[in-house]
Design a protein around this ligand. Structure first.
Ligand code: TRP
Length: 448
């Protein structure tokens, strides 16, 4: 553990912006829409919103309060609170190590599309096979992956995250406005309105128990991923939070912001994909990349809008990947000590090696599937549907039964009242653990 005094976020809005910056990323813009398409549109949306406002709220409040109370990041925090729960901190810390590599693979795809649009080749990208051919080629995706990862490492290496954060502070609002604009445009494409209905209105007629279980499982994994929960991130953020910031209010702001952007991103791609493919929606990780170029090509000035869009998404992805890499570097530094720059270089090389299978999973290794999934999707699902629910489960047990919810409530009430404290105590003791166990059991059943 470093003995330096922990720096803290300046001002009340500083915390919310920083946490929202971590939460909003490719998870909202790339991952959410394709999952919504995959798991039946309206049903997924409904389940997701309910989960985010209940489970997500509870866990985020708990993690931030734990961090602020202990003043430490995940490994230290769990150890300090209860020695027996040390493994939870370690498990949580594994998640960023696993996510960073494949996150960078997707970051590479975004970088490639920014390049395509800004070099005036939009028309090429509108071909229905363009994206498939791109990820199906062996070297190109690896090159863009290396570029994105290298860029992330460079920023962390020279410690210029602050600069990037400053830029992204004004990029983020522009991204929101642009996404809104593209979403409205997409909704008015001929035939898109049926896609909008499919996306927003739950269709219960085709729901079966097993499809509902899969939808809940998918939504739950997405909630962890998108809100950066059950991986120690919010504990670390909480440890930098000043005592005068109201945790409950901040959590509400972050959850609504994060969910709102995901909703808009879905509105931007799902109906458009529906319209452009005659009532069929792309359901894989390529959804955004195969649909958006075709939307832009129908738009006046679409090349410019497209280039701007991918630039903004690149920034959102970079702030997340920087924060992921920072986390990995500090986990290693806390554990083994050593020089920050050296660790940063090791993390870069290690992440490149770990990310290669994900990148190759669509080309040279596309014949390799694990439980019927490509490598990237397998890794993605495993972290979101196994490791994170386990971390969530033990976090809830620790707080609900060993420490008692009072500890968290007291921490929140350092600044005003905790309005949902009754809900919080009940949920963290009885609902969240049961739910986590059910989720784990059903993911075992579904996957095997
Ligand atoms: N929540 C981020 C997103 O939606 C992804 C993410 C997961 C992340 N873990 C993180 C970002 C840790 C920063 C730090 O894209």
């Amino acid at each position: 553990m470093s003995t330096e005094k922990r720096s803290s976020f300046t001002g009340k809005i500083g915390f919310v912006l920083a946490a929202a910056g971590s939460a909003v990323g490719l998870g909202n813009i790339w991952r959410f829409p394709y999952l919504a398409a995959k798991y039946g549109g309206g049903i997924f949306l409904l389940v997701y919103i309910i989960l985010a406002l209940t489970f997500g709220f509870t866990l985020m409040t708990a993690e931030i309060a734990l961090g602020r109370k202990t003043g430490q990041s995940a490994i230290g925090a769990f150890k300090k609170l209860n020695k027996k729960f040390s493994f939870v901190g370690i498990l949580a810390s594994l998640v960023p190590i696993i996510i960073l590599p494949y996150y960078s693979v997707i970051g590479g795809w975004v970088t490639k599309f920014l390049w395509v649009f800004s070099s005036g080749n939009m028309e090429a990208a509108t071909n229905a096979d363009y994206f498939g051919n791109f990820i199906g080629s062996v070297w190109e995706p690896i090159g863009w992956f290396a570029l994105f990862l290298g860029l992330t490492a460079l920023i962390v290496f020279f410690g210029v995250e602050k600069g990037v954060e400053k830029v992204s502070k004004f990029m983020m609002p522009i991204l929101v406005v642009l996404t809104l604009f593209i979403a409205i445009y997409s909704m008015f494409l001929p035939g898109a309105i049926d896609g909008v209905k499919h996306y927003i209105i739950p269709d219960f007629s085709e729901v079966t128990l097993s499809s509902l279980a899969k939808t809940i499982l998918g939504a739950m994994g997405q909630m962890f991923y998108s809100m950066s929960l059950a991986m120690g991130i919010m504990i670390t953020y909480g440890s930098y939070m000043k005592k005068d910031v109201h945790i409950e209010k901040s959590v509400h702001q972050i959850e609504w912001f994060d969910t709102g952007i995901a909703f808009l991103a879905g509105l931007m791609v799902v109906p458009a994909s529906y319209a452009l493919n005659n009532g069929q929606v792309d359901k894989g990780p390529g959804l955004m990349f195969s649909t958006l170029p075709r939307v832009f090509s129908q738009m006046k000035g679409g090349a410019v809008v497209g280039a701007l869009f991918f630039l903004l998404v690149l920034f959102a992805a970079l702030t997340s990947s920087i924060s992921l890499m920072e986390t990995v570097v500090s986990i290693i530094k806390d554990k083994f000590g050593g020089n920050r720059k050296l660790i940063c270089s090791i993390v870069m090389v290690g992440s490149f090696a770990l990310g290669l299978p994900s990148a190759l999973g669509f080309s040279a290794w596309s014949h390799v599937t694990i439980l019927g999934k490509d490598i990237l999707t397998f890794i993605d699902d495993t972290t979101n549907q196994f490791i994170m629910p386990i971390v969530a489960l033990f976090t809830c047990i620790l707080i609900g039964f060993c420490l008692k919810p009072k500890v968290i409530i007291e921490e929140v009430e350092q600044t005003g009242t905790f309005k949902m404290k009754g809900f919080f105590s009940f949920f963290i003791r009885y609902v969240a653990p049961v739910f986590s166990i059910l989720i784990l059991a059903s993911s075992v059943l579904i996957e095997f």
